[in-house]
Design a protein around this ligand. Structure first.
Ligand code: F6R
Length: 253
């Protein structure tokens, strides 16, 4: 696990976008895993400023979707991904995949989403945010570390956190479809972005705590190429900050 500590939230977006553009230009990224929520928005805006035919040729796979929101609902992740990713990066909507939370057969929709990732050859780079409770995707605490795409019940805390996107907290769906932790682990590279003090405890548990379902993001300790890109506030509870800064400064031999 690699930890990069930067000063400001804007630095986080710039750094992560640069890493992605480098991979795209080197031909290493064809399938990009994309997250919703506030954390990756600045990174998408930086990518938008660097639009190119290579970027536009990417295929994208979303992490999750609410159950029961029609794709046309402005806060469905179909709609959010369309606004924030497909349109900004100039992707072909045909190449953008979001789990189907409106399917009558949700188990079949989850299996179809896993099959689509496999058929595309797997995700080359997965962008992640982290919930204050340590979730990645919507894998809430106590999720199986080996889980695949499936329906999950959202915690009240997550519904409260996401109420800001809805007119009323009671409008936040109770369930979602999410890539599993096992699914996320299969991405070839993972970049998790986190900004602000509200994420500090979750980041510290994920990076320095035990590998445990109670902090789902801790599963990234098993990933051979996972990078946490943090601003100063999100990093503030890490005990080994000095070490991470040394690694950043000196790089690898
Ligand atoms: C979004 C997702 C979630 C968010 C997390 C943080 O697709 O899967 O894990 O990344 O809830 O949300 P923000 O970035 O809004 O704080």
């Amino acid at each position: 696990m690699h930890v990069v500590i930067l000063e400001t939230p804007a630095d986080v977006g710039d750094y992560a976008a640069r890493e992605i553009l480098r991979g795209v230009d080197a031909g290493q990224i064809r399938n990009l895993g994309v997250a919703t929520g506030s954390s990756p928005l600045s990174l998408y805006k930086v990518l938008e400023r660097h639009r190119s035919s290579r970027l536009a040729a990417l295929h994208a796979f979303a992490l999750d979707e609410y159950v029961g929101l029609a794709p046309e609902h402005p806060e469905s992740y179909h709609a959010v991904i369309h606004r924030e990713v497909t349109q900004r990066l100039g992707l072909d909507p045909e190449n953008v995949h979001v789990p189907d939370g409106s399917a009558t057969d949700l188990a079949a929709a989850c299996a179809a989403f896993e099959a689509a990732i496999r058929a595309a050859g797997g995700i080359d780079l997965q962008i992640l945010g982290i919930g204050r409770n340590g979730h990645i995707g919507f894998n809430e605490p106590t999720s199986s570390l080996a889980s695949r795409t499936r329906v999950k019940t959202l915690m009240s805390a997550t519904r409260r956190d996401n109420a800001r996107f809805f007119s009323d907290a009671s409008c936040v769906p109770t369930h979602c479809v999410t890539q599993g932790l096992g699914t996320i682990l299969e991405a070839r590279r993972v970049i998790l972005v986190a900004q602000g003090a509200a994420k500090a405890a979750a980041v510290a548990s994920a990076v320095e705590g035990p590998l445990a379902g109670i902090c789902p993001a801790s599963v990234l300790q098993l990933h051979p190429d996972a990078v946490f890109v943090l601003d100063r506030e999100a990093a503030r509870d890490l005990t080994l900050q000095e070490y991470y800064r040394n690694v950043q400064e000196h790089g690898s031999p």
